[in-house]
Design a protein around this ligand. Structure first.
Ligand code: BES
Ligand code: ZN
Length: 458
């Protein structure tokens, strides 16, 4: 381990520069205009994996964005770890709110600013650096490793699920290792043992055949914007935080007493929470703690809302159409397709006959919970403790990584969610950043985790 740690120490700047090169590529998966960037980054990653000594580094074409894989399978009788990460990012807009350009990585003190710095280029590159350190200092890895980097996580991994099903034998492993989550707080190593699922839909309301003068027609012609607001407000009780879609809670599994105690034991400051995101007060289900509300309770949210005049000043208009993007975060045992159907039926059942309402289904993902006593999770906790000198927190998080449930379903394995990010990193927000120190320390945690995975537990 000593040589390896000295190597990681000596390579800090080189690794940071290599990460910056990856961050310079605007690999935004939501917009087709970035397809060229996505393809060139996939090839760059393939070359990099080959250069550090991984075998069979390959870019797999898919109907969407490519999947990059590589392997090192010479550790006889040792377990196999599948490292998963994503090299696509969310759009950088609103651009005017960035203090430095999103695709020109800029370091200020301990923070490295760029879209994808934390989610997930910085976090997944940690493992690539750890593999390099092993191969450069020991000319081997302690376990068999397969690495899989996808370019469509931010759009629901539509092509990774079929890839997984078609390449089940290549993907087979003893555990999956993922860094795409957050630590509970700065210097507080955490392993995420639960993620929420997701159902994402769009509602379109169409009324009159054209925009109308609101004075001439208002009062008799149906207003899609007003009707849409009414439909959406019937989905959630803003006072109690309860989702009102019939059957929404039918399959929800409440936390066990032990799980509830574990969540309640996590430190939490309401003032710090409110300050960090600039809110006056929290909302939601009063009978659950804030941490429970954002990690183990299902939710309904409007993500986008449009219709009518958005320009400067006032225009007296009755819009012809209005629309909204909505999402529901799900918890065990809610099924994304079942929930999406319940939402659609509910919307149709309450929509007035005066307008046409269309509901479009987007991607979804199932929630997951992991057994924190499992051998790989305990070994990850040990590796974290060796580097951060602190006991790990086991947490559930509110975000979603849909493929984790598919790893379980198709490969029959749990994932180790070894997050190095922080909620303050600004994922999906302007000025996303990542701690340089955690990037450096993460490489050592990853290297140590692989070593622990090679040892048999009695
Ligand atoms: N890294 C996040 C998921 C995440 C964020 C997990 C914070 C835990 C804490 C991931 O890249 C992401 O943003 N996922 C999407 C899923 C989607 C687009 C299907 C999400 O959660 O919105
Ligand atoms: Zn993300």
């Amino acid at each position: 381990m000593d040589a390896l740690i000295s190597y990681l120490d000596a390579k800090k700047e080189t690794h940071l520069e290599a990460l910056k090169e990856i961050l310079r590529v605007p690999s935004v998966s939501t917009s087709p205009e970035h397809k060229g960037d996505i393809d060139s980054l996939a090839e760059h990653l393939r070359t990099h994996l080959e250069a550090i000594g991984m075998d069979s580094a390959t870019v797999h074409k898919t109907p969407g964005n490519p999947i990059v894989t590589a392997e090192w399978l010479h550790a006889e009788d040792a377990p196999t770890v599948l490292i998963y990460g994503h090299y696509d990012v969310q759009p950088a807009d609103p651009l005017e709110l960035w203090e430095t350009p999103p695709f020109e990585p800029t370091q200020k003190g301990d923070r490295l600013y760029a879209r994808g710095a934390s989610d997930d280029k910085g976090q997944s590159f940690i493992h690539v650096c750890a593999l390099e350190a092993w191969l450069a200092t020991e000319q081997r890895l302690p376990v068999n490793v397969k690495i899989l980097l996808e370019g469509e996580e931010e759009i629901g991994s539509p092509n990774l699920v079929p890839f997984l099903e078609e390449n089940q034998s290549w993907c087979s492993c003893d555990t999956v290792l993922v860094s795409d989550t957050a630590m509970f707080g700065k210097d507080q190593p955490s392993i995420t043992v639960g993620l929420r699922g997701l159902a994402y839909l769009e509602v379109h309301v169409e009324g009159p055949s054209r925009d109308l003068h609101s004075g001439v027609y208002g009062g008799a012609a149906p207003n899609p914007a007003t009707i849409l607001s009414d439909l959406l407000s019937q989905c959630i009780d803003s006072k109690t935080g309860k989702v009102l879609i019939p059957g929404f809670y039918d399959d929800v599994l409440e936390l066990t007493n032990a799980e509830e105690e574990a969540v309640h034991a996590l430190p939490f400051s309401l003032d710090a929470y409110k300050d960090a995101i600039g809110i006056q007060d929290v909302v939601g289900e009063a009978e659950y703690t804030v941490h429970e509300r954002v990690s183990s309770r299902p939710t309904f949210d409007v993500n986008g809302l449009w219709g009518g005049y958005q320009g400067e000043g006032a225009k007296t208009v009755l819009p012809a159409t209005a629309g909204a993007k909505v999402s529901m975060r799900l918890v065990p045992n809610q099924e994304p397709t079942v929930i999406a159907d319940k939402f659609e039926s509910f919307i149709h059942s309450i929509a007035p006959d005066s307008v046409r309402v269309n509901v479009i289904h987007h991607h979804g993902g199932s929630p997951v919970v992991m057994d924190l006593t499992s051998d790989p999770i305990q070994k990850a906790a040990q590796a974290f403790k060796e580097v951060y000198q602190k006991d790990v927190f086991f947490t559930r998080e509110g975000g979603s990584i849909p493929i984790i449930a598919d790893f379980k379903r198709v490969l029959g394995v749990d994932s180790v969610l070894m997050g190095f990010g922080l909620n303050e990193d600004g994922l999906h927000s302007p000025n996303e950043s990542f701690s340089v120190e955690d990037f450096f320390r993460g490489r050592e945690v990853s290297a140590r985790f692989l070593a622990h995975m090679a040892t048999k537990t009695s």
